[in-house]
Design a protein around this ligand. Structure first.
Ligand code: GDP
Ligand code: MG
Length: 297
């Protein structure tokens, strides 16, 4: 090159646009009542984005059918606005017969694709199509991994990852995330045996850098063994989020205690943009192609 052209300013231009418009992020939580879904999303976004069952009572709170509730929030940090929607699924997996428990969730995910498609094929299109598509589905399983409802087909419909609730304590009450591997191994095996692929899928790694980074997540982190909390405790002179147990305080952000920080970094700090792109380029695209094909006959 003979002189500076200025191609690299694109980054600054994109930054400015994003600062102006903000961005959407739609996250869905799925799993039986009481697994800590609401607590975890509140911990992830450091505010009350999902209503926790105040005095949690299984009998009282369980709806007869799966309800799907979307609640929007605007979170701003460093001048960047995130329009966050948390999609909660109270009642999921709580019925006596859970055979069809995935149906309303699949239906919801597809309805959002349909809405987007309708807007896209309009002659007079909106400048910015409102995006209600699920960018990330967090699927919660119990600490023992035994309360499996059935294989989650939604992981094929939207980018999904698996969260193992209540990590951080083994039966002896020792605080250790590594100890969790004893519990995690059968969970991962079960997912593999059932052919359940979660995000980030191998086939979508674009280069060696992606592969190296994602292999670590696939092999070491998934399912993420996490605890959530909105309570602060004093540990070594510092205030930290944690849960008080008879054996000590489980610190949410301490990787020796649980994998919350890994999950947070993955979903928010390293893969958020990719989650949105995979939603659009892979999952929505599959839906769109199928729909237009069905129509065209
Ligand atoms: P949800 O029904 O899945 O949304 O669960 P909630 O977030 O409402 O939590 C249900 C109960 O479990 C509450 O009493 C929480 O304080 C508790 N809880 C939430 N997260 C954890 C966790 O990581 N570990 C433990 N031991 N309890 C938790
Ligand atoms: Mg909840």
């Amino acid at each position: 090159l003979l002189g500076y052209i200025g191609i690299d300013t694109i980054i600054e231009q994109m930054r400015k646009k994003t600062m102006k418009t903000g961005f959407d992020f739609n996250i869905m939580v799925v799993g039986q009542s009481g697994l800590g879904k609401s607590t975890l999303v509140n911990t992830l976004f450091k505010c009350q984005v999902s209503r926790k069952a105040s005095s949690w009572n299984r009998e009282e709170k369980i709806p007869k059918t799966v309800e799907i509730k979307a609640i929007g929030h605007v979170i701003e940090e460093g001048g960047v606005k995130m329009k966050l929607t948390v999609i909660d699924t109270p009642g999921f997996g709580d019925q006596i017969n859970n055979e069809n428990c995935w149906e309303p969730i699949e239906k919801y995910i597809n309805e959002q694709y349909e809405k987007f498609l309708k807007e896209e094929v309009n002659i007079a299109r909106k400048k910015r199509i409102p995006d209600t598509r699920i960018h990330c589905c967090l699927y919660f399983i119990s600490p023992t991994g035994h309360s499996y409802v059935s294989a989650p087909p939604t992981l094929g419909l939207a980018p999904g990852c698996v969260i193992q609730a209540y990590a951080g304590l083994d039966d002896q009450g020792s605080l250790s995330a590594r100890g969790q591997n004893i519990v995690m191994t059968p969970v991962r095996k079960e997912l593999e045996v059932n052919g359940i692929e979660f995000y980030p899928q191998k086939e979508f790694d674009e280069d060696l850098e992606d592969k190296t980074e994602n292999d670590k997540i696939r092999q070491e982190s998934m399912p993420f063994a996490v605890v959530g909390s909105d309570k602060e405790y004093q540990v070594n002179g510092k205030r930290v989020l944690g849960r008080k147990t008879p054996w000590g305080i489980i610190e949410v952000e301490n990787l020796n205690h649980c994998e919350f920080a890994l999950l947070r970094d993955f979903v928010i700090r390293t893969h958020l943009q990719d989650l949105k792109e995979v939603t659009h380029n892979i999952h929505y695209e599959t839906y769109r192609a199928k729909r237009l094909n069905d129509n065209g006959g």
